[in-house]
Structures are given as C-alpha cells and as structure tokens.
Design a protein. Structure first.
Length: 156
C-alpha cells in the first residue's frame, strides 16, 4: 500500500476523498452518536457547525510510509483539511503543490467553503485580523490560540 501511495496522483486521491466524505457522514448519522465533551455540547447550542482547519506538509506525512523510510523525499506540497469537530470527519480537503505554502494564502478557499453560523478553530498560521473581520461580517465566528492567550493574559 505504501508503494502505491507514491504513484497515486493527488487529483485522484482528492476525487476519491470527496466522494467518500458524504458516505462517511451518512454512516455517522445512522449510528449512535458518541457523547461529546461539555464544551462542544455548549458550542453546538450557539453554532450550526464547529469546524477545525489545518494544513500539513505532505513530506511529513510521507515519512510515516514504510516504503520511504530509507529514501530521500522531495517536498510534496501541502494538504488542507476542514474537520467537523462533532463527527471527527473531514468536511473539505484541498491540496497546494507548493510545500512552502503559508496557511494565510488559503483564506479565499476557507471563506468560500465556510457558511454562516460556523465556529472555526485554527492555529496561528491563519492569524490575520483583516480576515477575522471578514469572517465576522459573514456570520462566521472563530477561535485561534494566539487570541485565546491574549484574553487569558488580560484576565490574569
């Protein structure tokens, strides 16, 4: 399987994932839901959806494949995923062939696939006050680690 991933085109992987996601979501709805943490249950009363978004360099992911343990791997690009916090399933996936792509360059994609009533959770890579303001005007709320640290610091 590891060797096949080396030859598997990213576009086909993306297509398979996008076809698989609705099926996984339908299965999740049919089975008995696992209990959610209190913080998530509370957030669900305020938001239609709670999503986390992050990007990972594919080179780092490829290092986990047995077929690459002893090979030098060139940087393969980045994958960005939005995950539904309540189901732990991916909602959207995109790839960027540039392995040095900064998270901040993904704002157009993120804004384009985030409907109002969503709470977005992301790390400092997406830190941009102009984009945060744009999200608020479209009815999207957000949490990021750096902002939370600033709030905690103020309260202390």
């Amino acid at each position: 399987m590891s060797k096949r991933f080396l030859e598997f085109p990213g576009s086909i992987f993306e297509q398979v994932m996008m076809e698989l996601i609705p099926k996984l979501q339908a299965r999740w709805i049919k089975r008995k839901n696992r209990p959610l943490p209190a913080s998530i249950r509370f957030a669900k009363t305020k938001f239609k959806r709670i999503w986390a978004v992050d990007g990972s360099t594919l080179e780092a992911l490829f290092r986990h494949l047995e077929s690459l343990e002893e090979k030098a791997v060139s940087l393969a690009g980045k994958i960005y995923v939005i995950v539904d916090i309540t189901t732990y399933l991916p909602v959207k996936i995109t790839f960027d062939e540039n392995p040095n792509c900064a998270d901040a360059t993904m704002w157009d994609w993120l804004r384009g696939c985030t409907p109002d009533g969503t709470l977005l959770i992301f790390d400092r890579g997406f830190y941009d006050f102009t984009e945060f303001a744009a999200l608020i005007t479209t009815g999207v709320a957000w949490i990021t680690r750096l902002i939370l640290q600033a709030i905690v610091y103020k309260e202390l």
